[in-house]
Design a protein around this ligand. Structure first.
Ligand SMILES: NC(=O)c1ccc[n+]([C@@H]2O[C@H](COP(=O)([O-])OP(=O)(O)OC[C@H]3O[C@@H](n4cnc5c(N)ncnc54)[C@H](OP(=O)(O)O)[C@@H]3O)[C@@H](O)[C@H]2O)c1
Length: 279
């Protein structure tokens, strides 16, 4: 085995499982609520690199399950990072735009000051901090608005709701880059291989799909491509209260990833078109 991946059923993990020399480990093999067992898996298998595509991703439930979210999103990544550093192999960890508070309108550069608005974001930031404290050949890849044919995501929610409704009210003041899970998996794979030969490229990077758009515009595009006659009424975030607050500005500056790894922002529109036409 060349690359060990945590996660088997998730959006990104499923895409990783299609790539060469990647072996995905699910909850049955390594439960991230048991960080010691996760580190042991790395020690036992001695891969050439590790990618962590598993996470506690239920943003609203994290508000009432902070302990579990912290174990999965912070303690387990810390233990995995340490196990990777101990045998000097690359560790690629996926993080989120939710580490930012969503203020302003400019894209967030990787070195911008994080300030999460919710528990999920705080647990992901704790994971990031722990990994960078361990050091070694690590990359933290922040991404946003992940979608794919597998798992739960905004695209699938819109298709489900749009099938039975003439109109939906969708927030128009949350703006970000929808990102195909396939491109995140490909990026993690490329980064892991590059870190094997260039450890100096370790650090924090961003990858999101282009162009940035609002949730409402994303929904409109989904209905247009799927040829669903569902109108979208643009509303404000404050008109759609949720247990966890969401950042409004999720634009990510992805320039350093392109400069250092040659990975450019994927066009979400063409991927969405292919995904919905294949269905
Ligand atoms: N989804 C988004 O919009 C989004 C946005 C920004 C960043 N991200 C980040 O992108 C990465 C991948 O997200 P995704 O959308 O692919 O996630 P996902 O589809 O929700 O999948 C999460 C994966 O984590 C696994 N997992 C959860 N708890 C676990 C545990 N205790 N032990 C072992 N495995 C566990 C799940 O396994 P089970 O199926 O067994 O539960 C699943 O395979 C995550 O780091 C996430 O924080 C996601």
């Amino acid at each position: 085995m060349t690359i060990l991946a945590f996660g088997r059923t998730g959006q990104v993990a499923t895409e990783l499982s299609y790539l060469p020399n990647v072996m995905c480990f699910g909850r049955d093999d390594a439960d991230l609520t048991d960080p010691v067992a996760c580190a042991k898996l790395v020690e036992t298998h001695r891969p050439r690199a590790v990618i962590n595509a598993a996470a506690y991703t239920n943003v609203d439930r994290a508000e009432v399950e902070e302990d579990i979210a912290h174990l999965v999103n912070a303690e387990a990544p810390k233990a995995i990072a340490q196990a990777c550093a101990d045998i000097d192999i690359p560790f690629v960890h996926i993080s989120t735009d939710y580490v930012f508070d969503g203020s302003g309108h400019d894209p967030w550069p990787p070195d911008a000051r994080p300030f999460p608005l919710n528990t999920y974001g705080r647990t992901k930031l704790s994971g990031e901090n722990a990994i960078s404290e361990v050091g070694g050949r690590y990359v933290i890849l922040r991404t946003s608005w992940v979608f794919s044919p597998n798992g739960e995501n905004f695209v699938k929610s819109m298709l489900r709701l749009g099938a039975t409704r003439d109109e939906l009210r969708i927030v128009a003041d949350q703006v970000g880059g929808p990102t195909p899970a396939r491109d995140i998996a490909l990026a993690c794979h490329t980064i892991a291989k590059e870190l094997m030969v260039s450890p100096g490229k370790a650090g924090v990077y961003h990858l999101s799909g282009t162009p940035d758009c609002s949730r409402a515009d994303f929904a409109r595009e989904i209905f247009t491509i799927a040829q669903m006659p569902c109108d979208v009424e643009a509303i404000l975030t404050c008109e759609f209260p949720t247990p966890a607050d969401r950042p409004k500005n999720s634009r990510l500056d992805c320039g350093s990833l392109e400069q250092r790894f040659g990975i450019s922002r994927p066009n979400w529109h063409s991927y969405l078109q292919a995904q919905l036409t294949e269905c």
